[in-house]
Design a protein around this ligand. Structure first.
Ligand code: SF4
Ligand code: SF4
Length: 217
């Protein structure tokens, strides 16, 4: 399952973002941030208690099922009066959720979380980044393993000189991804791919802002 991986902003940053905003309505999300314990029911309640102790008036709180869904404004509709009383919504969701809510409601939004990456759950409570949508995918030549996200240096031509007995010099607990790529290509009988020199990454391949319009059928 692919998840949006987030972490709580520091208390100082949240306090700064909420400066002058005395009445706050808190929104969490029942999907990724519930799984990562950054914006589910317990975290929203803890935030409510923490801000209340600092003198904020919490006009209400809720955890919507999927904050990045276009139906979120309907879900929030039942809290209309409580949201109207607030100066801002403190959103404990990933940036997709924050932006979805900002687009749908005419209300000041304050994010409480930083969105780190889109990750795949690789074990209980463990998430790995799998793709940063770099726009020039090379995994056809690396045995389906992405070095852009898995190599600590993001090397597209590896390994670096620091690889040591299959371990990464930056983090000895981790396998060097270029050794993994080598072993995978060896298994597949495609070791020749290791000789391909990838051109420097072309950041023009990363459309900003990203937009895709499908051709008419
Ligand atoms: S090479 Fe780029 S597009 Fe392909 S998996 Fe890695 S980050 Fe994603
Ligand atoms: S040791 Fe391997 S994974 Fe670590 S930075 Fe060097 S090439 Fe990348």
């Amino acid at each position: 399952m692919i998840r949006s991986i987030t972490q709580l902003k520091s208390e100082e940053e949240i306090d700064r973002l909420l400066e002058g905003l005395m009445r706050v309505f808190i929104v969490g999300c029942g999907t990724c941030v519930t799984l990562t314990h950054t914006g589910g029911e317990p975290e929203v309640t803890a935030m409510n208690e923490s801000l209340s102790k600092k003198g904020k008036l919490i006009t209400g709180q809720t955890v919507v099922p999927v904050a990045c869904d276009n139906l979120t404004s309907d879900m929030l509709g039942e809290f209309g009066p409580q949201m109207d009383q607030s100066d801002a919504l403190l959103i404990m969701t990933c940036a997709f959720g924050v932006q979805t809510i900002a687009r749908q409601l005419k209300k000041m939004v304050v994010p409480a979380l930083d969105t780190l990456f889109i990750g795949k759950e690789t074990g209980p409570g463990e998430f790995n980044e799998v793709c940063i949508q770099c726009g020039t995918c090379i995994i056809g030549e690396t045995g389906g393993i992405c070095p852009v996200t898995s190599c600590h240096k993001g090397l597209v031509n590896g390994p670096c000189g620091g690889t040591d007995n299959g371990k990464c010099e930056i983090d000895r607990r981790k396998d060097c991804v270029w050794t993994m790529i080598y072993n995978r290509l060896l298994d597949l009988g495609r070791l020749d791919s290791m000789r391909i020199i990838q051109p420097p990454r072309n950041h023009l391949g990363e459309p900003t802002p990203g937009k895709m319009i499908l051709p008419e059928a």
